[in-house]
Design a protein around this ligand. Structure first.
Ligand SMILES: Cc1cc2nc3c(=O)[nH]c(=O)nc-3n(C[C@H](O)[C@H](O)[C@H](O)COP(=O)(O)OP(=O)(O)OC[C@H]3O[C@@H](n4cnc5c(N)ncnc54)[C@H](O)[C@@H]3O)c2cc1C
Length: 616
C-alpha cells in the first residue's frame, strides 16, 4: 500500500461517529466521488468498502486483460437464477469485491459509446436535461488522463485519435500498449468491404464506427490504472477515511431522512471486533450509495425503500414505496460465434496466436517485457473494435424497428410489474425503436484482436430487462437474487441473429477478406433461420459481459425511476445513488468510463447543485 494514502481502518472501532458524507462502496464511482468531495481538505468523507486493499498482481497485470476476473478472491460469489430462455443455464455474476471495485478486475477496455446514448438519458426527463452528451462530455474529459500512443506504433498501426475529446488531469489513465499486431489494422480496414460501415477518428467522439480505443493503464509503469490508484492512493488527506471489510447492511432513516448507515465487519483474516454486530455511523450531510448495480438496490430494499409488495413479503417495513428499485436490470449479452481466417497466420506475421504457439516470438515478447515493459505483453484485451448501427448491420432494420414500436411492451416484463416501471420500459423501447432505424446508436460490437480467430459479439442495446432483488430466504445474509431474464423480449433473438449474419458477411462474403479463406465453426452454416438462431442462442448465449446496470434508474418517478436528475432517491432526503445502477439504459460501450464520468458529474451535483457549471 502506498504509505501516503489517506487513512484506512480495518476495524469498525476506529471509524469516527460522524462524517459529512458516508459513501457506501469503495469502487469505481465511490472512490471517484470521495476524492472530489475531499479535495477542499475540509469536507469529511468516510468510504465503507466490503473488500480489502489488495496489491495482488491479478489486479495490476495488464497482459491479456483477464487476470482480475479470473481471481475469485477479488470477486463476489454470486450465481444468477436459472435462465428460463437459456435452457435453465445459470451465469456467474462477476463484480469486484476489493478497494477499487470492478475497476480493479475489469478487462480495461476504455470506451464510452455514442452521443445518442447520453441524449437518450436526458430525453426521459425533458429536452433541456443536463444529462446529455454535451452535459457529460466535460466529465468524460475530467474522468481520464489520456496519454497518446508512442509515435512509432501510431504510425505503423495507423492509430487515429483526437485529443479534443480527452482531458489530462485525472489520476486515472487512458494509456496505450507499445505494440500492435499488424492483423489488427487489417481487421479494421476489412470493414470497408461491407457497405455503409462508418469509421470514427477517436473512440471518444460520440460517433459509432470502427475505431481505436485506449486501455485503463498507466502507460509509464504499464500497470492497471483504476479507481484506487487514481482516487485514493497517494492523496494523504486527513478528511478522507476508508474502512475496509465493512459491509453496509442498511441506511439509517429518521422518518424519510437518511442519517447514516449500519455496517458489519467481514473477513478475511481480520480479527472481528464485534462479529455480526452492527456499527452505526452518521452522515451530517448525505449518504451516497455506490455499491454497484447488484448491491445498491439490495441496500435500498433492506432499508425499506423499494416495492412495498416485495418488502412486505420480506417482513421489511416500507418507508418509501419505490417499485423501480431492483427493476430495469440490464447487461450486455455476449454471443459466442466463432470464425477463423485459415490464411491469416501465413499472411500476418506476427499474429496474436504467436504469443501462445510460437516459441521464438513468445521468448522475444517476454524478454522485451522483462527489459523495459514494452512489446506484446503490454496489450490487455486489445485496442480496436467495430461499434456499428443497426441499419448497417441488418437489411430488415425498418421491420424490426416497427415491430419494437408496436409490440405489447408490458408483456415482456415480469408478471405484476408496477405500471410506472412498465411505462418507463415502454419509453425506453420507443427510444430504441427510433435508434434501430438511425445511424447514431451502435447495436453491434466485435472486438478486433489481430488474431486468426474471433467471433465474440456483443449486443450493445438488449431489449430484455431483468431484476435484482433481495433474497426472501434471508434478505440480509444472502446475496441478492439476480435474474437477467435473457431473451425475454423475443426481438432480442432476432437482433442477435442479424449481428451474427453480419459477422458472417464480414468473414465469408467480403471482397477484402476473401483471400484469407474464412471459415465459420459456430454457429455453423446449418443455422440460417431466425428459429435456428434462437435455438443456438438458447444453448450458448451469455447474458452478461459483466456490465450490470439500471437497477436504480435515473428516470422520472412516474416512469419507474429510483433517482432524479441529481441522483437523489425519490421520497428520501439526504440519500443519493452514484454508480452503474443509475444508468437508465446501457451505453453502447463497456461501462467503466461511463461510471467514472457519471461519478465526476455527481460530485459536482453534490457540491454545487444543478444545473452544473460547464467544466473543462
Ligand atoms: C469482470 C469484469 C470485466 C469488465 N470489463 C470492463 C472493461 O473492459 N471495460 C469497461 O469499461 N468496463 C468493464 N467492466 C464494467 C465496469 O468495470 C463496471 O461497470 C464499473 O466498474 C462499475 O462501477 P460501480 O462503481 O458501479 O461498481 P463497482 O466498481 O463494482 O463498485 C462497487 C463497490 O461497492 C462495494 N460494495 C458492494 N456492496 C457493499 C456493501 N454492502 N457494503 C460496502 N461495500 C459494498 C463493492 O465491493 C465494490 O467495491 C467489467 C466488469 C467486470 C466485473
Amino acid at each position: 500500500r502506498d504509505l501516503r494514502a489517506s487513512k484506512v481502518f480495518h476495524n469498525a472501532r476506529q471509524v469516527e461517529g460522524e462524517y459529512d458524507y458516508v459513501i457506501v462502496g469503495g469502487g469505481t464511482a465511490g472512490l471517484t466521488v470521495a476524492d472530489r468531495l475531499t479535495e477542499d481538505g475540509k469536507t469529511t468523507v468516510l468510504v465503507l468498502e466490503y473488500g480489502q486493499l489488495s496489491n495482488s498482481t491479478s489486479i495490476t497485470t495488464v497482459q491479456g486483460g483477464f487476470m482480475g476476473m479470473s481471481d475469485t478472491s477479488l470477486l463476489y460469489d454470486i450465481t444468477s437464477v436459472p435462465q428460463v430462455n437459456l435452457r435453465n443455464r445459470t451465469t456467474a455474476v462477476l463484480a469486484g469485491k476489493v478497494v477499487g471495485g470492478s475497476s480493479a478486475v475489469n478487462a480495461m477496455m476504455t470506451v464510452r459509446g455514442t452521443a445518442e446514448d447520453y441524449d437518450r438519458w436526458g430525453s426521459f426527463f425533458s429536452n433541456s436535461s443536463h444529462w446529455s452528451w454535451e452535459g457529460l462530455l466535460p466529465y468524460f474529459k475530467r474522468a481520464l488522463n489520456f496519454v497518446p500512443p508512442d509515435a512509432d506504433v501510431t504510425k505503423s498501426a495507423n492509430i487515429t485519435y483526437d485529443t479534443r475529446f480527452w482531458g489530462n488531469t485525472s489520476g486515472v489513465y487512458a494509456g496505450w500498449p507499445s505494440f500492435q499486431y499488424p492483423g489488427t489494422t487489417f481487421h479494421m480496414e476489412a470493414f470497408r468491404g461491407l457497405p455503409g460501415v462508418p469509421f470514427a477518428p477517436d473512440s471518444g467522439s460520440g460517433k459509432p464506427g470502427v475505431y481505436w480505443y485506449p486501455t485503463f493503464m498507466d502507460p509509464k509503469r504499464v500497470l492497471r490504472s483504476y479507481a484506487r490508484t487514481g482516487h485514493y492512493d497517494g492523496l494523504n488527506r486527513a478528511n478522507y477515511h476508508l474502512a475496509t471489510g465493512s459491509k453496509v447492511v442498511r441506511v439509517l432513516l429518521n422518518g424519510t431522512t437518511a442519517t447514516g448507515v449500519a455496517f458489519v465487519q467481514v473477513g478475511p483474516g481480520r480479527p472481528m471486533a464485534n462479529p455480526g454486530l452492527e456499527t452505526v455511523v452518521r452522515a451530517r450531510k448525505e449518504v451516497i450509495l455506490a455499491a454497484g448495480a447488484v448491491h445498491s438496490p439490495q441496500i435500498l430494499q433492506l432499508s425499506g425503500i423499494g416495492s412495498s409488495k416485495l418488502l412486505a413479503s420480506a417482513n421489511i417495513t416500507t418507508v418509501v414505496d419505490l417499485p423501480g428499485v431492483g427493476q430495469n436490470f440490464q447487461d450486455h449479452p455476449m454471443i459466442s460465434a466463432s470464425f477463423t481466417f485459415r490464411n491469416f497466420t501465413s499472411t500476418f506475421n506476427p499474429s496474436q496466436e504467436d504469443l501462445y504457439t510460437n516459441r521464438t516470438f513468445s521468448t522475444w515478447s517476454s524478454t522485451l517485457w522483462q527489459t523495459n515493459r514494452t512489446g506484446p505483453n503490454s496489450i490487455a484485451t486489445g485496442n480496436a473494435a467495430a461499434w456499428l448501427p443497426f441499419p448497417v448491420i441488418s437489411p430488415r432494420w425498418q421491420d424490426i424497428s416497427h415491430l419494437l414500436t408496436t409490440q405489447n411492451h408490458t408483456a415482456h416484463l415480469p408478471p405484476g410489474t408496477d405500471p410506472s416501471v412498465a411505462a418507463g420500459y415502454r419509453a425506453q423501447m420507443l427510444s430504441y425503436a427510433s435508434a434501430l432505424a438511425n445511424n447514431n446508436t451502435a447495436f453491434y460490437n466485435l472486438v478486433l484482436t489481430g488474431g486468426a480467430s474471433n467471433g465474440i459479439l456483443v449486443d450493445l442495446h438488449p431489449l430484455s430487462r431483468g431484476t435484482v432483488n433481495i433474497d426472501l430466504r434471508d434478505p440480509k445474509g444472502r446475496e441478492p437474487v439476480v435474474d437477467y431474464r435473457a431473451l425475454s423480449n423475443p426481438l432480442d433473438a432476432q437482433i442477435m441473429a442479424d449481428l451474427i449474419r453480419f459477422t458472417r458477411r464480414y468473414y465469408l462474403d467480403n471482397p477484402l477478406t476473401a483471400s484469407l479463406a474464412g471459415r465459420e465453426s459456430q454457429p455453423g452454416s446449418a443455422v440460417q433461420t431466425d428459429g435456428e438462431f434462437r435455438t443456438f442462442l438458447e444453448a450458448t448465449l451469455s447474458p452478461s459481459e459483466f456490465h450490470p446496470a439500471g437497477t436504480c434508474a435515473m428516470m422520472p418517478r412516474e416512469l419507474g425511476g429510483v433517482v432524479d436528475e441529481e441522483l437523489r432517491v425519490y421520497g428520501v432526503e439526504g440519500l443519493r445513488v452514484v454508480d452503474a445502477s443509475v444508468m437508465p439504459t446501457l451505453p453502447g460501450a463497456n461501462t467503466c468510463q461511463t461510471v467514472y464520468a457519471v461519478a465526476e458529474k455527481a460530485a459536482d451535483l453534490i457540491r454545487y447543485g444543478a444545473p452544473t457549471a460547464m467544466v473543462e
